[in-house]
Design a protein around this ligand. Sequence first.
Ligand code: NAD
Length: 282
Amino acid sequence: MIDQLIECAAKYLINSKYAIALTGAGISTESGIPDFRGPSGIWTKNPEAERKAYQSYERFTVDPKGWWLDRLTTRSLLGDLEQAKPNTGHLALVELENLGILRCVITQNVDGLHEKAGTGKLLEYHGSTLKLRCISCNSRFTRCEFDLQKLLEDDMLPPHCPKCHGVVKSDGVAFGEPIPSDVANDSLKEAWKCDVMLICGTSAVVFPFANLPRVARERKIERERRTDTGIAVMDNEPAVIIIEVNAEPTPLTEEGISDYLIQGKTGEVLPCIVEQVKRLSV
Ligand code: NAD
């Protein structure tokens, strides 16, 4: 059964004009980074950590210096993201892009693994913890553009933007923080444009990201059809095929937003899809 679903996904991708992928924490669990809501997720095992995470952005707005002090002196819940490496799931998406099929990856992940894997057109919806961002002018910086350790030692936190002097935070978007308008707008345009959406490793409960498949689902195209009597009529059909690859069903599966779910690990299913795409394309 799963083989048929994989082959079907490969056919949709081959016939697509503009396929995109949406990804979430599930695609990175096989790189050793825990997700939040899977069976071994950080929130699943420690609901208190979730409560604290929701307070983080508010803390930043009232005390950016204290926020940075915490950040630089406590270990991230996601582990050492600098050392993490992309897995076969990230690499399969790069292959689909190199085959000219996948046009864009929109990720909720903050771990930088799609960039490390070599994805070209990438929208990091929740930013990247490997980067910094000015909250006034949205300029992004690599971490090494700031000597954070020296700023800590010299009591000069928070960092300030070299362009506009605004306060700089981690680029990773915290709960309650607005999505930077540039990436929010570009992601919406992609959801409007695509004809295949491959959704990988997300519980699809974090909004506004989880609106992207819903926006795509609303789109309809008109197709001409002949009735049995040979008369032409126009039908309104969904403009996009939405395929989920996830370890478990999600609200998108249950609400019928996705056309179907391939239940399994992204690190196993996505390479199989690539294999089928190559086999069926020759
Ligand atoms: P989530 O934790 O809410 O859901 C992850 C989903 O992926 C679950 O349904 C889980 O069953 C599934 N999953 C886990 N491992 C899988 C695998 N190998 N293959 C297929 N499916 C798998 O994650 P989310 O929906 O991305 O939302 C969480 C939020 O937390 C996001 O906003 C994200 O920014 C952030 N987050 C990011 C990271 C990261 O950057 N790696 C990690 C944890 C959380």
